[in-house]
Design a protein around this ligand. Structure first.
Ligand code: SF4
Length: 183
């Protein structure tokens, strides 16, 4: 899987403490996208799905779930399907995926239906800056939260902080969340 970044202790990318994988590569070109450095699919790094699964399974027990963001995760449909199938079958982790596609568009992508079966919460739709909301994991009002299992409800989204900051070992700073502070 081509990824941009991963973190193992996020609080602003879904309910509870979560691992986050940002995929690399997106051609959807939403104006004013909040994560343009994830667009080029030549950037980032290739990581075996098996390595990502091992990394997730090695995390502390308090980890509640995995969030996949982007980039556009469904532009790597086979790798995404393999990753989420493995995580679902080998762990208790909840699975949240952000996508710029609508649910209808996803159903036209090979293997996406199988992938949806392994997702608890899907946040779907393009980011439209003029409809910016930036709360409860929804970037713009046109986006839809699909509760695909009974693991979460809208009340869980209200508990998610809108932003967080990590100080990295090399001293660099990473801003994350639906309303990152450098916006
Ligand atoms: S789908 Fe997401 S990553 Fe891609 S351009 Fe739109 S907001 Fe940016």
């Amino acid at each position: 899987m081509r990824i941009h970044q991963r973190e193992n202790a996020s609080r602003a990318n879904g309910p509870g403490q979560r691992a986050v994988i940002w995929t690399q590569g997106c051609t959807l070109a939403c104006p004013d996208c909040f994560n343009p450095e994830t667009h080029l699919n030549q950037s980032g790094q290739d990581v075996d799905v098996a390595e990502l699964v091992d990394w997730l399974l090695a995390q502390p027990a308090e980890l509640e779930g995995l969030t996949i963001s982007g980039g556009e995760p469904f532009q790597q449909p086979s790798a995404l399907a393999a990753l989420l199938t493995a995580v679902r079958s080998q762990s208790h982790l909840s699975i949240l995926v952000f996508t710029g596609y609508t649910q209808k568009e996803l159903l036209a992508i090979p293997s996406a239906a199988q992938t949806l079966d392994n997702i608890d919460l899907l946040i779907s739709g393009r980011y439209i800056a003029s409809q910016r909301v930036a709360s409860s994991l929804i970037g713009s009002a046109n986006k839809t939260a699909h509760f695909l299992t009974n693991r979460y409800t809208i009340a869980d989204l209200l508990t998610v902080p809108e932003a967080e900051i990590w100080i990295n070992p090399d001293g660099s700073v990473t801003f994350s969340g639906i309303h990152p502070l450098q916006w």
